[in-house]
Design a protein around this ligand. Sequence first.
Ligand code: COA
Length: 339
Amino acid sequence: MNASDLTAGFNRGVRIAGTGSAVPDRVLSNHDLAKMMDTSDEWIQQRTGIRERRICDPEKGEGTLWLSEQAAALALEDAGLTGADVDLVIVATVTMEMTCPSTAARLAGKLGATPAGAFDITAACCGFMYALNLADSLIRVGRANRILIVGCDCMSSIIDYDDRSVSILFGDAAGSAVLEAVDDPTRGSVYQSLQADGRGWPSLYIPREASQIAAGDEDNPIKLGNLRMNGREVYKFAVTRFQRAIKDAFEKTGLEPDEFGAFICHQSNARIIESAVEKLGLPDEKVYVNIDRYGNSSAGSVGLCLDQMRKAGRIDESKPTMLVAFGGGMTWASSVWRH
Ligand code: COA
């Protein structure tokens, strides 16, 4: 199917006008973790591909709003715009410092994006993808002309560093993009999916109270308020759903793997990405991997990759880009983006 068939019925498209990203300076390496808990650099690298991750220093005021502001300011600068030029701000996060007001409202206030609408969305590691697809749709139907999206998680604020099973995976990061209306409807997200299966919630969750602990997870020593994960369940879910989401995108668009200019995958585990490359025949050199340096930064991950790839000239904009993620919920999402 060609791009005009996929976007029939729309008379506007969307372009990425700018991107930005931010990570804290503080590096937490596998060797650092091995001094804090019973683990090793070798174990972590072999099972996940991670060498180090970045984590915020709350004593310096670093956190979700701080990271979001840096990434968003860079995206606006890249687009040659200011906060006053956008009419909506969406922040995807599970680590908002306050639920009211939203991170997006406070961010909009800091950026001078008034009276732009502002709200947070929560879709865990799929957050940036949910924001991207939603923003694309709002622009396409004419409800907005320019939307600033941010995916940001300060995972270190919800990690129990006494536990080795979850803490080794995650890091902190923010990725941002400014999306803008264009006349050509065949530009932007020409195919997208947003999906979830809430029945799988106990695989990845953050209970605030003991009554919220999932059946069978009562003996888990992870402290309340911190992320809990059934690693094996998530792994099985991730490998199948991730590959299914990519296959669906191939089938629905009629595009073959080598017709894409880049694949931007949520960075959860290098083995999950490698398995998709192998099983689906994705061109290795077009699949970006930065998990070795940043770990899994949840909603920050896809936006961080997008910005790093764009700035490194690694996105061939003459071809579509595939963006894909999965995460807590359980959620999964994809987008085939024509530049
Ligand atoms: N260091 C050393 N040993 C560890 C360890 C660590 N950090 N964490 C767990 N282990 C041990 C376990 O206790 C277990 O020991 P046992 O066999 O004596 O019981 C052994 O290693 C194997 O544990 P297991 O959980 O089966 O490992 P795994 O091969 O499944 O790898 C993950 C664990 C977390 C790396 C893997 O399950 C995974 O990546 N899951 C998906 C996570 C994910 O993507 N989450 C985010 C989704 S957005």
